[in-house]
Design a protein around this ligand. Structure first.
Ligand code: SF4
Length: 260
């Protein structure tokens, strides 16, 4: 199943797999999930290294802008810790090199999570694109069904920069929010007019933007609860780490300035 490489050391042949199988794909211990817990929801998020940051160079964020790439969450908070980044890259490699196994593990994890919450009588939600932009609705997992169809009683949500994902009807149990960047502003307004919710990054979150109501997206990440046709306002979070230039997000127009 795995691609292998051969190291010859002291005349012994060692078969070393290129990819490592992550212990878990879905995690539920970070700032975003804690916010949801305050509202009675457990959130399980799948984080990978974004864009081409995998060993195969497959672009997992084909619509990323220069500004969002720079500002992506991987560069802030827990993401700047190298062991977190290693874990994310492991999942990205698993996805690009061994998709059938990846999907099998994802299915098994969601099955267990669903069982746990059924027993607890508690609510949960799943976000598959924590730091990637993969159209899971187009990936058949088994029995000719995608992951949303396999779990019709599970609530999924995501953000995307891919406008093409709104061209066809999305599964009922999947709430998808379009993410505005400096390169897709007109598209964002067009989708808002069609009733799609759009996330925008501001220096200061307004109550209205271009006539559309703004929901404070920093209060929780439970996007499936939002009223349709709303702007999801997110406050720009300064990046931390070496060689970080926070001015870049403002200079590119990725962050919308509303503060006086
Ligand atoms: S598309 Fe999303 S996940 Fe990908 S780099 Fe941009 S912000 Fe990050």
């Amino acid at each position: 199943m795995f691609e292998t490489l051969t190291n010859i050391t002291n005349k012994k042949t060692i078969m070393k797999p290129i990819i490592e199988i992550p212990k878990e794909l879905l995690t539920t211990r970070n700032a975003k999930t804690i916010k949801g817990e305050k509202f009675g929801w457990s959130t399980y998020i799948l984080y990978m290294t974004p864009a081409k940051n995998n060993d195969k160079g497959v672009n997992l964020c084909p619509f990323a802008s220069a500004g969002c790439l720079k500002s992506c969450l991987v560069g802030s908070g827990r993401g700047s810790m190298s062991n977190v980044e290693k874990g994310r890259r492991k999942r990205a490699n698993y996805f690009v090199y061994a998709l059938p196994m990846f999907l099998e593990q994802l299915t098994a994890e969601i099955t267990l999570i669903r069982m746990k919450h059924k027993m607890d009588k508690s609510k949960f939600t799943v976000r598959l694109n924590g730091t990637s932009d993969i159209p899971y609705e187009n990936i058949i997992v088994k029995d000719n069904k995608n992951i949303f169809e396999l779990f019709p009683d599970v609530i999924f949500y995501d953000y995307t920069k891919n406008p093409n994902r709104f061209k066809k009807k999305l599964p009922k149990n999947y709430s998808l929010v379009f993410s505005r960047s400096e390169t897709n502003h007109d598209k964002a307004i067009e989708l808002l007019k069609q009733g799609v919710n759009v996330a925008m990054v501001f220096d200061k979150i307004p109550t209205k933007y271009e006539g559309f109501p703004v929901i404070n997206g920093d209060e929780s990440d439970l996007r499936f609860l939002d009223k349709k046709g709303s702007v999801i306002g997110l406050k720009y979070k300064s990046l931390t780490g070496k060689n970080v230039n926070n001015k870049y997000a403002f200079e590119t127009g990725f962050v919308i300035r509303t503060a006086a």
